[in-house]
Design a protein around this ligand. Structure first.
Ligand code: HMG
Length: 302
């Protein structure tokens, strides 16, 4: 089987990873995390979100974080914007890309962004148009692509329905997200195939939480389809505020270790990545969730 020879990883740790932290994380630590990720070779980093600070207090310093990052040429910095208010606040901070986020589940859409799927698409349409007018690419995240914490199983038909809605408003890239990590390889492939019916391979990505330990298998299953863009979160940081019990995204270190073993290029230096994971874990006062991170740190310590 021919797997893609090169894989692009978006580290979503600074946003998805930290958004659910109860203790405030200082802006300087967030900026330092971004600096260490780019030093490790990450070329796409999801930095923050322009959402309501009442809903997600940890992201309230979005403007300050965007001002504090030391931008490196060739690195793309993305931010989440759920509505025009978010986009208008984000644009002056000069992101390279914005992310709108819908769900394949009505209940999750209500809990996460306080509106139905149809209303969310209506809200995103002017965001996409304005982002394009500003020369920015728009990624779309599609949450609960295989399962929802409120509705249970989600069918591939439900996924395709929202994929088409996103495509209809001009979203450039479609990220298939297993928000609560219940997906297994064939289910993930079924959801992914619906995205691939409407988006080219290069504009589809996987975003897999590792709650049930399936994320690496799911990434491999997507590689088998030729998908070569994935989100991951350094140190396995994260969890969604609207998906109780869901753990973080698959750890970037674990993904890079697997891809290195498969001989697939990422351009990422795993030792520097482990440093970034150790740094933020130290800030948070707990060991990295990443098994590779923990193993390599233990090896270093002798
Ligand atoms: C979407 C809203 C804002 C709707 O929230 P709402 O309450 O329906 O909005 P509203 O328009 O009625 O406004 C209510 C208040 O929020 C303010 N407001 C309104 N919009 C903004 C904004 N953009 N930035 C800052 N403030 C905003 C607005 O100004 C007003 O302020 P007030 O008058 O009460 O002082 C809210 O539901 C929200 O912020 N939700 C948070 C969603 C979120 O961040 N979820 C986590 C990220 S998604 C995710 O993690 C999943 C993903 C992407 O990783 C993939 C996966 O794994 O599934």
């Amino acid at each position: 089987m021919n797997l893609p020879s090169r894989v692009t990883l978006v580290d979503v740790g600074p946003r998805d990873g930290l958004q659910n932290e109860k203790q405030p994380v200082a802006t300087e630590h967030k900026a330092q995390l971004v600096a260490m990720l780019q030093a490790a070779g990450l070329r796409e980093i999801e930095v923050t979100s322009f959402v309501s600070p009442k809903w997600v207090p940890q992201m309230a310093d979005n403007e300050a974080v965007m001002a504090a990052i030391a931008r490196q040429p060739g690195v793309r910095y993305s931010v989440l914007t759920p509505n025009m208010k978010g986009l208008e606040a984000a644009l002056p901070t000069k992101p390279d890309e914005i992310v709108v986020f819908a769900a394949a589940s009505e209940a999750f859409s209500q809990k996460n962004i306080n509106c139905s799927i149809a209303e969310s698409i209506e809200r995103f349409a002017p965001v996409v148009e304005a982002a394009h007018a500003a020369g920015l690419k728009v990624r779309g995240a599609l949450s609960c692509a295989v399962g929802c914490p409120y509705e249970g199983d989600i069918s591939a038909d439900q996924v395709e329905r929202v994929v088409l809605l996103m495509k209809g408003i001009g979203v450039d890239h479609l990220g298939v997200a297993d928000t609560i990590g219940v997906g297994t390889p064939r289910k993930i492939q079924a959801a992914m195939e619906r995205a691939l019916k409407h988006y080219p391979l290069v504009e589809v990505s996987g975003h897999f939480h590792d709650t049930y330990g399936q994320a690496l298998s799911n990434i491999y299953a997507c590689l088998e389809l030729g998908v070569h863009n994935f989100d991951a979160s350094v140190a396995g940081l994260g969890g969604c505020p609207y998906a109780k019990g869901a753990t973080g995204n698959v750890a970037t270190e674990d993904v890079v270790f697997m891809l290195n073993g498969l001989g697939l290029e990422t351009g990422i230096d795993i030792d520097k990545l482990v440093d970034a994971g150790a740094y933020i874990s130290n800030v948070l006062g707990r060991p990295p969730v990443s098994r590779v991170g923990r193993a390599l740190l233990a090896k270093r310590a002798g």
